[in-house]
Every structure is written in C-alpha cells, then in structure tokens.
Write a protein that binds this ligand. Structure first.
Ligand SMILES: Nc1ncnc2c1ncn2[C@@H]1O[C@H](COP(=O)(O)OP(=O)(O)OP(=O)(O)O)[C@@H](O)[C@H]1O
Ligand SMILES: Nc1ccn([C@H]2C[C@H](O)[C@@H](COP(=O)(O)O)O2)c(=O)n1
Length: 228
C-alpha cells in the first residue's frame, strides 16, 4: 500500500446533451485532473472547413484539407480553451451552422485519424491524468482508459436541458435535431458513437447534475484506491 496518488485516465462518452461536458469539467476540477472536450476539436475543424470554403458534404475535399488547421486545446477544466490557427474558436464553434455540419466532417476517416492523434498526445502529456469526453473515447481513442463511463438520458430530458440553455428554443425541434445528430454519429463507418463493452452506463434522466458528478467522482476514487 502507498499514499501516492496515481495518474488516472477517465473516458466519458455518450449522446448529445447527456451531461458529458458539465460532468467531465466538474469531475476533473474536483480531482485535480486535466480535461479535454473532443467535440470542441471536431467543431473546430468543421469551423475551419466552413471559413475556408470547403464543401463539408464533399468527403474528398474535407479529407484533403484535414491536415491543414492547427488546433490547440487548453485542458484546464476551469478555463477550457480552443484555438484554430492561433484564433480563439470557442464562440464560433457553438453556432447552429457548425452544429449542423459537424457530423458530416467528423465522419471523414482522415479527420478522425488527425484528431485522434491529437487527443492521444494530449492525454499522454497530462501530468496527473485527464478526463476526456466524446463519442469514441472508450472504444477507440483511449481503449486502455482506467475508467470508462457511458452517459445516457431520454431524448425528452436532453431536449429540455438544451432548450433551457438556448432561450426561446422549441423543445420539440431541439429533440428532433438531437436525435438526427445522434443517428448520424452512431451510424458512421469509422469509430461511431458507441458504449465500450467495459464502460459503466449511467442513465442521468432522473439525476441532478450534482448527483451525476458525485457518482463519477466515487467511481474514479474507487479505481484509484484499487490501484494503490
Ligand atoms: N443531470 C442533469 N440534470 C439537469 N441538467 C443537466 C444534467 N446534466 C447536464 N445538464 C445540463 O444539460 C445541458 C447539456 O449538458 P452538457 O453540455 O454537459 O451535455 P453534453 O453531453 O456535453 O452535450 P454535447 O454532446 O451536445 O456537447 C447543460 O445545460 C447542462 O447544465
Ligand atoms: N469523440 C468525438 C466527439 C465528438 N464527435 C463529433 C460528433 C458530435 O456530433 C460533434 C460535436 O460534439 P459535441 O460538441 O456536441 O460533444 O463532434 C465525434 O465524432 N467524436
């Protein structure tokens, strides 16, 4: 037995609006870990394609350009950042246009190879460990993660949460948009949204965000205790 706190890699996956970002940031902050939002990286490359006039439905054009943008993610959970070619992209990547095009861009294998490489190098460099959230972290990016969580919630709960963020948004239209994006992300050929066989599934429909955070913190602490 030793009191050394071991570095820990946590993978958190799941469909849109299940609470991955809110949970991951809070867990990382509480446990002194780094944090990586991999959806932000796919959004960033999508934004670059749009601003550089690439047709996102032309997979060959997207593949040709996939290596060009320089994407840098800051991993402090209390102040996550993302830049593309040195420009702050944190606002532009959240527009409706990027949200509607990100599934097409992220389905292109050359984009996934590029972004997956970036994600692995960020995780390897995290001094005390990291919480990485996305769609394929447990299955593909970090298959040896110490702990894998798969968050779910009913489409109704997810739509209500998202509509609450976007003041005045129609809950029914928000629900349809979430379902459409999840379907695209789950059915693409390369590295689709999926639960890893060894992931712990947490249904957040009836849980508060605080309850989800406590549940994940407990699971991480149990892993750390077992590694001592
Ligand atoms: N358990 C919960 N109960 C109520 N609201 C929640 C819960 N978890 C998250 N939320 C809220 O739901 C919204 C979506 O959460 P969040 O952005 O963390 O989801 P996400 O899974 O990262 O979504 P996306 O994949 O689309 O980025 C936020 O407003 C967040 O505060
Ligand atoms: N590991 C990941 C993370 C994200 N994506 C794609 C699919 C999502 O629709 C999109 C945006 O993610 P969000 O910001 O909503 O979490 O990015 C992916 O393919 N793989």
């Amino acid at each position: 037995m030793s009191d050394t706190v071991h570095s820990v890699i946590v993978a958190i996956d799941g469909p849109s609006g299940t609470g991955k970002s809110s949970t991951s940031k809070a867990v990382a902050a509480k446990l002194g870990l780094s944090y990586l939002d991999t959806g932000a990286q796919y959004r960033a490359i999508t934004w670059w394609m749009i601003t550089n006039g690439i047709d996102v439905d032309d997979a060959a054009a997207v593949a040709d350009a996939a290596g060009k943008p320089v994407i840098v993610s800051g991993t402090d959970p209390s102040h996550p950042t993302i830049t593309v070619d040195g420009l702050d992209a944190s606002g532009p990547i959240r527009t409706q246009e990027v949200t509607s095009k990100v599934s097409a861009v992220s389905a292109v294998p050359e984009v996934r190879t590029r972004i997956t490489g970036l994600q692995r190098s960020i995780a390897a460099a995290a001094p005390h460990g990291i919480v990485v959230e996305g769609r394929d972290i447990g299955t593909t990016v970090l298959p040896d993660a110490d702990l894998k969580i798969f968050l779910t919630a009913s489409p109704e709960a997810r739509a209500a949460r998202r509509a609450g963020e976007l003041k005045g948004a129609d809950v029914s239209a928000t629900r349809e948009a979430l379902i459409k994006r999840d379907a695209a992300d789950s059915t693409r050929k390369t590295s689709p949204l999926a639960k890893a066989d060894d992931a712990v599934e947490v249904d957040t429909t009836e849980l508060t965000l605080q309850q989800v955070i406590e549940c994940v913190v407990t699971l991480v602490e149990e892993k750390r205790a077992a590694a001592k």
